[in-house]
Design a protein around this ligand. Structure first.
Ligand SMILES: C[S@@+](CC[C@H](N)C(=O)[O-])C[C@H]1O[C@@H](n2cnc3c(N)ncnc32)[C@H](O)[C@@H]1O
Ligand code: SF4
Length: 464
């Protein structure tokens, strides 16, 4: 049972986010939580009681609405985390942090003049972030500081929310090819219309495109002709252009040639795991051999290659994950991204919840960090998925200087993004005002085709 003092109800979502950290243990009937705040003039005393456990803290009010609200929110979250952590006798790697981008906090601290060396300690003291995660996020931010930003530059995103088949674990919105094939030609035409109008707008506003990302879904589900049509619209200079090929079963020599002809610089080919039994269970519809064949084929074209892996897939042991990662490292791809399986409560993979109760995934993630470091890979971007069980993190690693700048710029929300295609979210960053405005295209392919002019108008308004 949760009881929140009336004037603290504005923090209800944040309070529930903290409770969600303990979702695999939490039982509403056995926890009586009471959250209160006493006003003593210049100070507030935040008081949290969980059954017979209690925590409180006095904070000074500065009479600066935003800063005060932020401090009260952080204090409530931290104290509630401490109480739940004591009650269940467990510490969580990210402590009371619930946001998707923990790096934002590091950037805020740097902006406040705090030295990088002091930040891991503060993350641990004020947010109960573990030493390992605090060091990891600082390392990520240090590796990101290489990416330079200019005011007139924007990034460009193209979404292809179509896949050959649906993988059982997937948390992205994407349609199966068989279900949407009769709309794909029209989708490509609408997308081209949107891209062309955005090009005119970019020119008229004196903007310049820096990095481009075509993701989804699986863009290479399209035919080489359809890919060629879309990529032919990109007739301006750019620094980096990633195409998420993703599923090995969609990659052909023809498509790779189209990508090369259009100067694509980086592609993803994702095994997720090299265990064929798991691939079958998760409905990937390709084998580890398919992955090797397509990876070796793509090697002939000199792309920067990324491979995505997932820790915690159904029935996988630590040994399975280790074997996959070790074999991928042997291939020496430029980038390796380690995701941790994100499951919602209603997910078909709910049986995996038991795995989240011990250090099973944590051990995989730690092994990955150590092994990748040993092999000269460094972490450069990190994000967490909200409202998922386990609440671990996804980390992109790079070797040499092969950072994907788009990933950094979009994760850190530091660069405006003009995004085309169904479900694509454009963002305009007002750096001086520390403000972001967003505009999302409709998610369904059929709605997008019918409402294409509206999607275009909305984006023109956003960047006006
Ligand atoms: C947008 S998907 C596109 C990649 C491409 N379609 C593929 O499957 O190879 C990007 C990555 O998100 C990861 N992913 C998707 N659903 C996930 C989940 N529920 N938990 C963890 N990672 C997930 C996978 O590693 C996937 O490669
Ligand atoms: S192919 Fe990729 S985007 Fe498509 S369903 Fe599978 S994981 Fe999701």
């Amino acid at each position: 049972m949760l009881k929140i003092q009336e004037d603290l109800l504005i923090y209800e979502n944040d309070i529930n986010d903290v409770i969600h950290i303990f979702a695999q243990y939490y039982n509403d009937d056995e926890c009586k939580i009471e959250i209160q705040c006493k006003n003593t003039g210049k100070f507030r005393i935040i008081d949290i009681v969980l059954n017979n456990i209690s925590y409180n803290e006095e904070i000074e009010i500065l009479d600066q609405i935003l800063k005060d609200k932020r401090l009260i929110k952080r204090t409530i979250k931290f104290l509630l985390y401490k109480a739940l952590s004591e009650f269940y006798n467990i510490s969580m790697p990210w402590g009371s942090l619930t946001g998707v981008r923990p790096s934002k906090l590091v950037y805020d601290m740097l902006d406040d003049g705090i030295k990088m060396e002091e930040i891991p300690y503060l993350l641990n003291q004020d947010f109960a972030v573990s030493k390992e995660k605090a060091n990891l996020i600082c390392e990520v931010v240090k590796n990101q500081l290489e990416v330079k930003l200019k005011d007139e530059e924007v990034d460009f995103y193209i979404n292809i929310p179509i896949c050959p088949t649906r993988c059982s674990y997937c948390s992205f919105i994407s349609s199966e090819y068989e279900r949407c094939k009769k709309y794909i030609d029209d989708y490509v035409l609408s997308l081209i219309k949107e891209i062309n109008t955005m090009k005119e707008m970019i020119k008229a506003k004196g903007l310049r495109i820096k990095n481009i990302y075509m993701g989804g879904g699986t863009p290479t589900t399209l035919t080489s002709e359809q890919l060629n049509m879309i990529l032919s619209t990109i007739d301006f200079p750019f620094k980096e252009f990633t195409v998420e090929c993703g599923r090995p079963d969609t990659i052909t020599k023809d498509k790779l040639e189209v990508l090369k002809n259009h100067n694509i610089t980086r592609i993803s080919i994702n095994p997720q795991t090299l265990n064929d039994k798991t691939l079958e269970i998760i409905g990937r519809k390709h084998t580890s051999e398919d992955f090797y064949n397509k990876y070796n084929l793509a090697k002939n074209y000199d792309f920067t290659i990324n491979t995505d892996l997932i820790a915690g897939l159904p029935n996988e042991t630590f040994e399975d994950f280790k074997l996959t990662l070790d074999k991928i490292i042997e291939l020496n791809p430029n980038n390796i991204t380690i995701h941790t399986l994100a499951v919602k409560r209603a997910s078909v993979l709910i049986q995996n919840i038991e795995n989240l109760k011990d250090n099973f995934i944590q051990n995989m993630v730690e092994y990955a960090y150590d092994k990748l470091k040993e092999n000269y890979y460094k972490p450069y971007y990190l994000y967490r998925q909200k409202n998922m069980l386990g609440l671990y993190e996804n980390v992109g690693y790079f070797k040499g200087s092969d950072i994907c700048e788009f990933n950094v710029e979009s994760m850190e929300e530091k660069m405006s993004i003009i995004a085309c295609g169904a479900g694509a979210i454009s963002k305009r960053i007002f750096r001086d005002e520390s403000r972001i405005e967003r505009c999302a295209n409709v998610k369904q392919i059929t709605d997008y085709i019918v409402r294409i002019d509206e999607m275009i108008e909305r984006k023109i308004d956003l960047f006006n």
